[in-house]
Design a protein around this ligand. Sequence first.
Ligand SMILES: [Zn+2]
Length: 209
Amino acid sequence: MPKGTVGLLAFLFLIMLSNIVPARATVGLFQLSNFSWCGDPHVVSCGQVTVIFLVNSNTSNPGVDANSFVQRVIDAANTWKAVSGILFQYGGATTRSCGVDNGAGVDVIGWSTLAGTPPPLAGTTPFTFSGNELSQVTTCFNNDSSISWSVSPTGPLNSGVYDLQSDALHEFGHWVDLLDLSINNCNLAECSSQVMWFQLASATFKRVL
Ligand SMILES: [Zn+2]
């Protein structure tokens, strides 16, 4: 990916598209995907959801320190935890792969080589029991060698380098039932600064909701 461009943040569906309710609710600028964690085995009740995510930090991407990667993911999860009502918990390291079906309640975050033109920065995939009840969500960050990542807590971010925590915050937005924002559903001037905007510019922090 050329330096200074924006990266795409993909929301991937392995499930049947017919499972997605076409009429989508809207909350403020956010577009809800109509998925629900109510079917997940972690759920005590639909008002108290604990989602335990596992992290596979194995990446071929140079410059991504494993411990810093895990911490940036946790920081992003905690940002949503503060406002979403979903109690995200880091469940530890895993050797399981992201982007595949690991079974209900096994929510894996890791690295994979994601193809595309340009290659997406990351992809989040929901799985459901039936209908729109989530059983599992997984996020992959892109190992593609053309993408340069920063897992620094503070930066600075060089030109052409993407802030992993900003991307993780976007991906966790899908975990809490939000869709991408784009010019198809939102005003450019109003929405392009939002975390759920479908693109992330390089050398840019978007760590605040
Ligand atoms: Zn997205």
